[in-house]
Structures are given as C-alpha cells and as structure tokens.
Design a binder for this molecule. Structure first.
Ligand code: MG
Ligand code: ZN
Length: 161
C-alpha cells in the first residue's frame, strides 16, 4: 500500500483567481512547487484534486483543460491530476465533484493507497468533507508557505500514523 498526498488546486497550489485555465494566469502559491518536490522525496504519491465545472459550463473544453494541465505541471513530479468536469445543474449529479469523495476513492483504488497514511490539503470546507469521506487526514490551508504548512503537519502526522 502506498501513501498519498492529495492537494486541492485553486487556493492551495495556485492563487484562486477563478477558472484558471491559461498558463499565463497561473500564479503558484509560495512554496507550492517545493512542497510537491519534498513530498515526492518522502515517497508520497502526489495528486491534484480539482473541481472543473468550467468544462460543464463551456468556459473551456476538456481537451483544452488537459493541454493546459499538462503544461502547468510539466516541470513538477505530480503523479496525476484528478478533475471533475461536471456541474450538477448542467450535467446532473456525479460522484466526483467535491464534497463527494469519488476522485480520491478512485485514485485510492487504482494506486492501492492506504488512507491512514494519506492526507488532503484543501482550502474549502468541501475539500475537507471529500477528504474525510475518503478516510484520509484533512488539513485546511489558509495561506502562507505551502511547503512549510505541510512540513509542520507532517512532523506530527508521521509519528502518529
Ligand atoms: Mg480550492
Ligand atoms: Zn463529477
């Protein structure tokens, strides 16, 4: 069983300026790339977990989102970007849009992840709900350096997990 770090995108990895979908609009949060590098060095699988209702709303296509995402994370070691392209009022209910835990459960199943050794960093209550429903530890990020935030929490997490 592997351990995994699940990271929300907007508000955690990049500044949330709304429907970020062009490479020129990506503003990394302080320490985000260092955090990913550190987690990989600690042998975590690293997943980005993001609601992308901009696809359902027609702001950008899934193909555009995939190309943008590949470019955004090209120089990082992120293992996968999990995204929900739905929006309930347009595409109906789904099991992946946070606070549903579907994206995390799917990854956990495919990659044989142990939830007890895994965590989810999000900035919204819906992230924390998705994480706890997937039985991983959840931490709410409210700004500052992401690498420092994770390092601080890992120091106690590792001794108890
Ligand atoms: Mg967010
Ligand atoms: Zn969905």
């Amino acid at each position: 069983m592997r351990k995994a770090a699940f990271l929300d995108r907007d508000g955690v990895i990049n500044v949330d300026t709304g429907y970020v979908s062009r490479i020129e609009d990506v503003e990394w949060t302080a320490g985000a790339l260092d955090a990913i590098e550190r987690l990989k060095a600690l042998d975590y699988l690293v997943f980005v977990v993001t609601n992308q209702s901009g696809i359902a709303r027609g702001y950008y296509s899934e193909e555009q989102f995939r190309r943008f995402t590949a470019a955004m994370f090209a120089s990082s070691q992120v293992d996968a970007v999990l995204f929900c392209p739905h929006y309930p009022e347009i595409t109906g209910r789904c099991e992946c849009r946070k606070p549903e835990p579907g994206m995390l459960l799917h990854a956990a199943n495919i990659f044989s992840i142990d939830p007890a050794q895994s965590f989810f960093v999000g900035d919204q209550p819906t992230d924390l709900e998705a994480g706890s429903r997937a039985l991983v530890t959840t931490w709410q990020f409210q700004g500052g350096r992401l690498d420092q935030f994770i390092e601080d929490r890992l120091s106690t997490f590792r001794s108890t997990a």
